[in-house]
Design a protein around this ligand. Structure first.
Ligand code: SF4
Ligand code: SF4
Length: 409
Protein backbone atom coordinates (compact mmCIF):
# COMPACT_ATOMS: atom_id res chain seq x y z
CA UNK A 1 0.00 0.00 0.00
CA UNK A 2 1.61 3.23 -1.14
CA UNK A 3 1.19 6.30 1.09
CA UNK A 4 2.48 9.82 0.53
CA UNK A 5 2.90 11.48 3.94
CA UNK A 6 1.33 14.92 4.11
CA UNK A 7 -0.33 17.34 6.54
CA UNK A 8 2.90 17.96 8.48
CA UNK A 9 4.26 14.39 8.29
CA UNK A 10 6.20 14.88 5.04
CA UNK A 11 9.98 14.49 5.48
CA UNK A 12 9.62 13.54 9.16
CA UNK A 13 10.82 10.33 10.89
CA UNK A 14 7.20 9.54 11.81
CA UNK A 15 6.03 10.00 8.20
CA UNK A 16 8.84 7.80 6.93
CA UNK A 17 8.08 5.13 9.52
CA UNK A 18 4.40 5.17 8.55
CA UNK A 19 5.24 4.94 4.85
CA UNK A 20 7.54 1.95 5.44
CA UNK A 21 4.99 0.13 7.61
CA UNK A 22 2.09 0.74 5.21
CA UNK A 23 4.12 -0.38 2.18
CA UNK A 24 3.98 -4.04 3.28
CA UNK A 25 0.19 -4.29 3.19
CA UNK A 26 -1.07 -5.75 -0.09
CA UNK A 27 -4.80 -5.45 0.82
CA UNK A 28 -5.24 -9.23 0.57
CA UNK A 29 -7.62 -9.47 3.53
CA UNK A 30 -6.13 -12.69 4.93
CA UNK A 31 -6.10 -10.98 8.34
CA UNK A 32 -9.85 -10.39 8.44
CA UNK A 33 -11.00 -13.81 9.76
CA UNK A 34 -8.41 -13.55 12.58
CA UNK A 35 -9.75 -10.21 13.81
CA UNK A 36 -12.09 -10.49 16.83
CA UNK A 37 -13.87 -7.18 16.22
CA UNK A 38 -14.46 -7.92 12.54
CA UNK A 39 -15.87 -11.31 13.47
CA UNK A 40 -18.38 -9.66 15.79
CA UNK A 41 -19.43 -6.58 13.82
CA UNK A 42 -18.72 -7.73 10.23
CA UNK A 43 -17.69 -4.15 9.40
CA UNK A 44 -14.60 -3.56 7.25
CA UNK A 45 -13.82 -0.52 9.42
CA UNK A 46 -13.54 -2.85 12.43
CA UNK A 47 -11.04 -5.04 10.57
CA UNK A 48 -7.23 -4.69 10.39
CA UNK A 49 -7.38 -3.79 6.69
CA UNK A 50 -10.07 -1.16 7.31
CA UNK A 51 -8.10 0.37 10.17
CA UNK A 52 -4.95 0.39 8.06
CA UNK A 53 -6.86 2.41 5.43
CA UNK A 54 -8.00 4.84 8.12
CA UNK A 55 -4.39 5.26 9.28
CA UNK A 56 -3.16 5.72 5.69
CA UNK A 57 -5.74 8.49 5.18
CA UNK A 58 -4.50 10.30 8.29
CA UNK A 59 -0.87 9.87 7.22
CA UNK A 60 -1.77 11.45 3.86
CA UNK A 61 -3.32 14.45 5.59
CA UNK A 62 -7.03 13.63 5.17
CA UNK A 63 -9.31 14.92 7.89
CA UNK A 64 -9.61 12.55 10.85
CA UNK A 65 -13.02 12.39 12.50
CA UNK A 66 -14.74 10.94 15.55
CA UNK A 67 -15.58 7.93 13.33
CA UNK A 68 -11.88 7.33 12.69
CA UNK A 69 -11.24 7.46 16.43
CA UNK A 70 -14.19 5.18 17.17
CA UNK A 71 -12.89 2.38 14.94
CA UNK A 72 -9.31 2.69 16.21
CA UNK A 73 -10.62 2.66 19.80
CA UNK A 74 -12.42 -0.62 19.09
CA UNK A 75 -9.16 -2.36 18.16
CA UNK A 76 -8.00 -4.65 20.99
CA UNK A 77 -4.32 -4.41 19.97
CA UNK A 78 -4.39 -8.22 20.22
CA UNK A 79 -2.16 -8.49 17.12
CA UNK A 80 -3.87 -11.67 15.90
CA UNK A 81 -3.80 -9.92 12.49
CA UNK A 82 0.01 -9.82 12.64
CA UNK A 83 0.44 -13.56 13.03
CA UNK A 84 -2.19 -14.13 10.29
CA UNK A 85 -0.63 -11.70 7.79
CA UNK A 86 1.46 -13.34 5.04
CA UNK A 87 3.20 -10.04 4.21
CA UNK A 88 4.68 -9.35 7.63
CA UNK A 89 2.73 -6.15 8.28
CA UNK A 90 3.63 -4.83 11.74
CA UNK A 91 0.12 -3.83 12.65
CA UNK A 92 0.97 -3.20 16.33
CA UNK A 93 3.31 -0.38 15.33
CA UNK A 94 0.77 0.99 12.87
CA UNK A 95 -2.03 1.17 15.41
CA UNK A 96 0.31 2.90 17.89
CA UNK A 97 1.07 5.46 15.23
CA UNK A 98 -2.59 5.82 14.23
CA UNK A 99 -3.69 6.30 17.82
CA UNK A 100 -1.08 8.98 18.42
CA UNK A 101 -2.28 10.86 15.30
CA UNK A 102 -5.95 10.59 16.19
CA UNK A 103 -5.31 11.82 19.76
CA UNK A 104 -3.58 14.89 18.30
CA UNK A 105 -6.17 15.62 15.62
CA UNK A 106 -9.52 14.64 17.13
CA UNK A 107 -9.59 15.83 20.76
CA UNK A 108 -11.90 13.82 23.00
CA UNK A 109 -14.73 15.43 24.98
CA UNK A 110 -13.47 16.58 28.43
CA UNK A 111 -15.41 13.88 30.32
CA UNK A 112 -13.94 11.09 28.20
CA UNK A 113 -10.43 12.53 28.61
CA UNK A 114 -10.88 12.67 32.37
CA UNK A 115 -12.19 9.09 32.49
CA UNK A 116 -9.22 7.73 30.53
CA UNK A 117 -6.71 9.65 32.65
CA UNK A 118 -8.51 8.53 35.81
CA UNK A 119 -8.36 4.86 34.78
CA UNK A 120 -4.63 4.91 34.06
CA UNK A 121 -4.01 7.05 37.17
CA UNK A 122 -5.64 4.47 39.46
CA UNK A 123 -4.52 1.26 37.75
CA UNK A 124 -0.88 2.29 37.52
CA UNK A 125 -0.55 3.11 41.26
CA UNK A 126 -0.16 -0.22 43.10
CA UNK A 127 -0.73 1.19 46.61
CA UNK A 128 -3.87 3.11 45.68
CA UNK A 129 -5.21 0.26 43.56
CA UNK A 130 -4.43 -2.35 46.26
CA UNK A 131 -6.27 -0.22 48.86
CA UNK A 132 -9.32 0.01 46.57
CA UNK A 133 -9.29 -3.77 46.01
CA UNK A 134 -9.21 -4.38 49.78
CA UNK A 135 -12.03 -1.89 50.27
CA UNK A 136 -14.04 -3.63 47.54
CA UNK A 137 -13.40 -7.02 49.17
CA UNK A 138 -14.63 -5.76 52.53
CA UNK A 139 -18.03 -4.78 51.06
CA UNK A 140 -18.10 -7.31 48.23
CA UNK A 141 -21.40 -8.87 49.30
CA UNK A 142 -23.14 -5.49 49.08
CA UNK A 143 -21.92 -4.58 45.61
CA UNK A 144 -24.13 -4.80 42.50
CA UNK A 145 -23.45 -8.03 40.57
CA UNK A 146 -21.59 -6.34 37.69
CA UNK A 147 -19.16 -4.64 40.07
CA UNK A 148 -18.89 -7.66 42.41
CA UNK A 149 -17.65 -9.85 39.56
CA UNK A 150 -14.72 -7.46 39.12
CA UNK A 151 -13.55 -7.80 42.73
CA UNK A 152 -11.74 -11.04 43.58
CA UNK A 153 -13.14 -12.73 46.67
CA UNK A 154 -11.04 -13.32 49.76
CA UNK A 155 -7.97 -11.83 51.25
CA UNK A 156 -4.81 -11.61 49.18
CA UNK A 157 -2.54 -14.59 49.87
CA UNK A 158 0.10 -13.89 52.54
CA UNK A 159 3.64 -13.60 51.28
CA UNK A 160 5.59 -16.79 51.89
CA UNK A 161 9.00 -16.55 53.49
CA UNK A 162 11.82 -16.86 50.99
CA UNK A 163 13.70 -20.11 51.15
CA UNK A 164 17.09 -18.45 51.54
CA UNK A 165 18.67 -21.15 49.39
CA UNK A 166 21.94 -19.88 47.86
CA UNK A 167 21.55 -19.25 44.12
CA UNK A 168 24.26 -18.93 41.54
CA UNK A 169 21.95 -17.01 39.19
CA UNK A 170 19.92 -13.87 39.92
CA UNK A 171 17.01 -12.23 38.10
CA UNK A 172 14.84 -9.18 38.69
CA UNK A 173 11.17 -10.05 39.11
CA UNK A 174 8.93 -7.12 38.18
CA UNK A 175 6.05 -6.53 40.60
CA UNK A 176 3.60 -5.00 38.12
CA UNK A 177 0.92 -2.52 39.12
CA UNK A 178 -2.47 -4.27 39.45
CA UNK A 179 -1.20 -7.79 40.08
CA UNK A 180 0.05 -7.27 43.69
CA UNK A 181 -3.43 -6.04 44.68
CA UNK A 182 -5.43 -8.64 42.78
CA UNK A 183 -3.31 -11.80 43.01
CA UNK A 184 -0.08 -11.47 45.06
CA UNK A 185 0.22 -15.28 45.08
CA UNK A 186 1.44 -15.22 41.45
CA UNK A 187 4.81 -13.62 42.15
CA UNK A 188 5.16 -15.65 45.36
CA UNK A 189 4.72 -18.82 43.30
CA UNK A 190 7.21 -17.59 40.68
CA UNK A 191 9.76 -16.83 43.37
CA UNK A 192 9.39 -20.26 44.93
CA UNK A 193 9.70 -22.13 41.62
CA UNK A 194 12.70 -20.09 40.49
CA UNK A 195 14.50 -20.57 43.79
CA UNK A 196 13.77 -24.27 43.57
CA UNK A 197 15.67 -24.45 40.25
CA UNK A 198 18.59 -22.37 41.49
CA UNK A 199 17.60 -18.87 40.37
CA UNK A 200 17.52 -16.17 43.05
CA UNK A 201 14.97 -13.37 42.77
CA UNK A 202 15.32 -9.69 43.57
CA UNK A 203 13.04 -6.65 43.26
CA UNK A 204 14.12 -3.22 42.07
CA UNK A 205 13.26 -0.09 43.98
CA UNK A 206 11.63 2.66 41.97
CA UNK A 207 9.73 0.29 39.68
CA UNK A 208 6.76 1.92 37.95
CA UNK A 209 3.87 0.59 35.88
CA UNK A 210 5.46 -0.76 32.68
CA UNK A 211 3.70 2.02 30.74
CA UNK A 212 1.45 -0.24 28.63
CA UNK A 213 -1.80 1.15 30.06
CA UNK A 214 -0.98 4.75 29.14
CA UNK A 215 0.81 3.80 25.90
CA UNK A 216 -2.18 1.93 24.45
CA UNK A 217 -4.48 4.83 25.32
CA UNK A 218 -2.28 7.20 23.32
CA UNK A 219 -0.91 8.94 26.47
CA UNK A 220 2.67 9.12 25.25
CA UNK A 221 4.08 11.55 27.83
CA UNK A 222 3.19 9.62 31.03
CA UNK A 223 4.01 6.30 29.32
CA UNK A 224 7.51 7.46 28.37
CA UNK A 225 8.09 8.87 31.84
CA UNK A 226 7.26 5.46 33.37
CA UNK A 227 9.46 3.68 30.83
CA UNK A 228 12.46 5.93 31.59
CA UNK A 229 12.16 5.31 35.33
CA UNK A 230 11.98 1.56 34.79
CA UNK A 231 14.96 1.66 32.46
CA UNK A 232 16.99 3.44 35.15
CA UNK A 233 15.92 0.98 37.88
CA UNK A 234 16.50 -2.14 35.77
CA UNK A 235 19.82 -0.90 34.35
CA UNK A 236 21.16 -0.55 37.90
CA UNK A 237 20.14 -4.14 38.67
CA UNK A 238 21.79 -5.41 35.47
CA UNK A 239 24.96 -3.47 36.34
CA UNK A 240 24.92 -5.23 39.73
CA UNK A 241 24.86 -8.68 38.12
CA UNK A 242 21.20 -9.64 37.51
CA UNK A 243 21.07 -11.78 34.38
CA UNK A 244 17.49 -11.00 33.31
CA UNK A 245 14.39 -8.89 33.89
CA UNK A 246 11.36 -11.14 34.33
CA UNK A 247 7.65 -10.50 34.38
CA UNK A 248 4.86 -12.93 35.27
CA UNK A 249 2.40 -10.80 33.27
CA UNK A 250 2.86 -11.42 29.55
CA UNK A 251 1.48 -7.97 28.69
CA UNK A 252 4.07 -6.21 30.88
CA UNK A 253 6.85 -8.48 29.58
CA UNK A 254 5.94 -7.62 26.00
CA UNK A 255 5.95 -3.91 26.81
CA UNK A 256 9.39 -4.06 28.47
CA UNK A 257 10.73 -6.05 25.51
CA UNK A 258 9.64 -3.06 23.38
CA UNK A 259 11.37 -0.36 25.45
CA UNK A 260 14.37 -0.30 23.11
CA UNK A 261 12.21 0.59 20.12
CA UNK A 262 10.04 3.06 22.03
CA UNK A 263 13.04 5.06 23.30
CA UNK A 264 15.18 4.59 20.20
CA UNK A 265 15.21 8.36 19.53
CA UNK A 266 15.94 9.37 23.13
CA UNK A 267 19.66 10.22 23.20
CA UNK A 268 19.93 9.79 26.97
CA UNK A 269 18.04 6.50 27.29
CA UNK A 270 18.21 4.69 23.93
CA UNK A 271 21.19 2.42 24.69
CA UNK A 272 20.05 1.54 28.22
CA UNK A 273 16.48 0.90 27.04
CA UNK A 274 17.78 -1.47 24.36
CA UNK A 275 19.87 -3.31 26.95
CA UNK A 276 16.88 -3.70 29.30
CA UNK A 277 14.70 -4.99 26.45
CA UNK A 278 17.32 -7.50 25.37
CA UNK A 279 17.62 -8.79 28.95
CA UNK A 280 13.85 -9.19 29.44
CA UNK A 281 12.37 -12.69 29.55
CA UNK A 282 8.94 -14.09 30.04
CA UNK A 283 8.89 -16.37 33.08
CA UNK A 284 8.35 -19.41 30.85
CA UNK A 285 11.66 -18.69 29.10
CA UNK A 286 13.57 -19.27 32.35
CA UNK A 287 12.14 -22.68 33.24
CA UNK A 288 12.71 -25.88 31.24
CA UNK A 289 10.31 -28.84 31.30
CA UNK A 290 13.20 -30.99 32.60
CA UNK A 291 13.29 -28.78 35.73
CA UNK A 292 9.75 -29.93 36.49
CA UNK A 293 9.85 -33.50 35.25
CA UNK A 294 10.16 -34.88 38.78
CA UNK A 295 6.84 -33.28 39.68
CA UNK A 296 5.20 -35.01 36.74
CA UNK A 297 6.65 -38.40 37.67
CA UNK A 298 5.47 -38.05 41.25
CA UNK A 299 2.09 -36.51 40.59
CA UNK A 300 -0.44 -38.90 39.15
CA UNK A 301 -3.86 -37.71 38.17
CA UNK A 302 -2.97 -34.00 38.02
CA UNK A 303 -5.74 -31.51 37.28
CA UNK A 304 -7.40 -31.16 33.89
CA UNK A 305 -6.33 -27.70 32.74
CA UNK A 306 -7.53 -25.59 29.81
CA UNK A 307 -4.71 -23.35 28.63
CA UNK A 308 -5.59 -19.80 27.57
CA UNK A 309 -2.66 -18.20 25.73
CA UNK A 310 -2.82 -14.41 26.16
CA UNK A 311 -2.49 -12.46 22.90
CA UNK A 312 0.52 -10.68 24.36
CA UNK A 313 2.23 -14.07 24.72
CA UNK A 314 1.25 -15.79 21.47
CA UNK A 315 0.93 -12.87 19.04
CA UNK A 316 3.13 -10.28 20.78
CA UNK A 317 6.01 -12.36 22.17
CA UNK A 318 5.38 -15.12 19.58
CA UNK A 319 5.69 -17.79 22.27
CA UNK A 320 3.65 -20.90 21.53
CA UNK A 321 3.86 -24.31 23.22
CA UNK A 322 6.25 -23.39 26.01
CA UNK A 323 3.83 -22.98 28.91
CA UNK A 324 1.85 -26.00 27.70
CA UNK A 325 5.04 -28.09 27.96
CA UNK A 326 5.67 -26.80 31.51
CA UNK A 327 2.12 -27.61 32.60
CA UNK A 328 2.40 -31.11 31.12
CA UNK A 329 5.77 -31.59 32.83
CA UNK A 330 4.05 -30.68 36.10
CA UNK A 331 1.58 -33.53 35.69
CA UNK A 332 -1.38 -31.52 34.39
CA UNK A 333 -3.67 -32.96 31.73
CA UNK A 334 -4.23 -30.31 29.06
CA UNK A 335 -7.78 -30.36 27.75
CA UNK A 336 -8.55 -29.63 24.12
CA UNK A 337 -9.84 -26.13 23.41
CA UNK A 338 -11.19 -24.28 20.40
CA UNK A 339 -10.40 -20.75 19.23
CA UNK A 340 -6.85 -20.79 20.64
CA UNK A 341 -5.95 -17.56 18.80
CA UNK A 342 -9.05 -15.59 19.78
CA UNK A 343 -8.64 -12.69 22.24
CA UNK A 344 -10.60 -13.08 25.52
CA UNK A 345 -11.61 -9.40 25.38
CA UNK A 346 -9.58 -8.17 28.35
CA UNK A 347 -6.91 -6.16 26.48
CA UNK A 348 -5.76 -3.82 29.26
CA UNK A 349 -8.38 -1.14 29.77
CA UNK A 350 -10.52 -2.40 26.87
CA UNK A 351 -12.90 -4.31 29.16
CA UNK A 352 -13.66 -1.02 30.95
CA UNK A 353 -13.91 1.18 27.86
CA UNK A 354 -15.59 -1.24 25.41
CA UNK A 355 -17.72 -3.43 27.71
CA UNK A 356 -20.06 -4.79 25.01
CA UNK A 357 -17.43 -6.12 22.61
CA UNK A 358 -15.29 -7.24 25.53
CA UNK A 359 -18.18 -9.12 27.13
CA UNK A 360 -19.10 -10.88 23.88
CA UNK A 361 -15.50 -12.00 23.39
CA UNK A 362 -15.33 -13.32 26.94
CA UNK A 363 -18.52 -15.30 26.37
CA UNK A 364 -17.09 -16.85 23.17
CA UNK A 365 -13.69 -17.53 24.72
CA UNK A 366 -15.07 -19.20 27.83
CA UNK A 367 -17.35 -21.43 25.75
CA UNK A 368 -14.32 -22.53 23.72
CA UNK A 369 -12.17 -23.13 26.83
CA UNK A 370 -14.82 -25.10 28.72
CA UNK A 371 -15.63 -27.46 25.85
CA UNK A 372 -13.60 -30.39 27.20
CA UNK A 373 -14.65 -30.10 30.86
CA UNK A 374 -11.46 -28.69 32.47
CA UNK A 375 -11.19 -28.37 36.26
CA UNK A 376 -9.49 -25.01 35.87
CA UNK A 377 -8.27 -22.51 33.29
CA UNK A 378 -4.61 -21.44 33.31
CA UNK A 379 -3.30 -18.27 31.72
CA UNK A 380 -0.22 -16.01 31.81
CA UNK A 381 -1.52 -12.51 32.27
CA UNK A 382 -3.34 -10.91 35.19
CA UNK A 383 -5.68 -8.94 32.91
CA UNK A 384 -6.94 -12.07 31.11
CA UNK A 385 -7.07 -13.96 34.40
CA UNK A 386 -9.30 -11.43 36.15
CA UNK A 387 -11.47 -10.85 33.08
CA UNK A 388 -12.17 -14.57 32.59
CA UNK A 389 -12.51 -15.20 36.33
CA UNK A 390 -15.39 -12.72 36.48
CA UNK A 391 -17.62 -15.07 34.46
CA UNK A 392 -15.99 -18.49 34.69
CA UNK A 393 -17.67 -21.43 36.48
CA UNK A 394 -14.21 -22.99 37.12
CA UNK A 395 -11.19 -21.36 38.82
CA UNK A 396 -8.87 -19.28 36.62
CA UNK A 397 -5.23 -19.26 37.69
CA UNK A 398 -1.79 -18.21 36.57
CA UNK A 399 0.14 -21.21 35.23
CA UNK A 400 3.01 -20.64 37.68
CA UNK A 401 0.60 -21.11 40.62
CA UNK A 402 -0.35 -24.50 39.16
CA UNK A 403 3.30 -25.46 38.64
CA UNK A 404 4.29 -24.33 42.16
CA UNK A 405 1.56 -26.50 43.65
CA UNK A 406 2.74 -29.49 41.62
CA UNK A 407 6.30 -29.01 42.89
CA UNK A 408 5.06 -28.74 46.48
CA UNK A 409 2.87 -31.84 46.18
S1 SF4 B 1 -2.42 -6.55 6.93
FE1 SF4 B 1 -1.52 -8.35 5.89
S2 SF4 B 1 -3.19 -9.82 5.74
FE2 SF4 B 1 -4.13 -7.84 6.21
S3 SF4 B 1 -4.68 -6.97 4.24
FE3 SF4 B 1 -2.63 -6.19 4.71
S4 SF4 B 1 -1.20 -7.65 3.79
FE4 SF4 B 1 -3.22 -8.66 3.82
S1 SF4 C 1 -5.04 -6.01 16.73
FE1 SF4 C 1 -6.71 -7.52 17.00
S2 SF4 C 1 -8.60 -6.26 17.08
FE2 SF4 C 1 -6.97 -4.95 16.26
S3 SF4 C 1 -7.16 -5.13 14.03
FE3 SF4 C 1 -5.64 -6.68 14.67
S4 SF4 C 1 -6.80 -8.56 15.00
FE4 SF4 C 1 -8.30 -6.85 14.93
Amino acid sequence: MYAQPSGGLEDTPRGEEAQALLRNCVHCGFCLPACPTYRITGSELDSPRGRIYLIKQMVEGAEATATTRHHLDRCLTCRACETACPSGVEYGRLIDLGRALVEERVPRPPLERALRRGITGVLSRPKLFGALVRLGQSVRGLLPAALRSRVPAGEPAPLAARSGQPASRRVVLLEGCVQPGLRPSINVAAERVLERIGIGVERVSGEQCCGALAHHLGQATPAHEQIRRNVSACSAALDAGAEAIVSTASACGLMVKDYGRLLAHDPEYAARARRVSEATRDLAELIAPADLARASAERHGGPRVAWQAPCTLQHGQRMVGRVEALLAASGCVLTSTREAKLCCGSAGTYSLLQPELSGELRRRKLAALLDDAPQMIATANIGCLEHLRGASPVPVRHWIEVVAEALDA
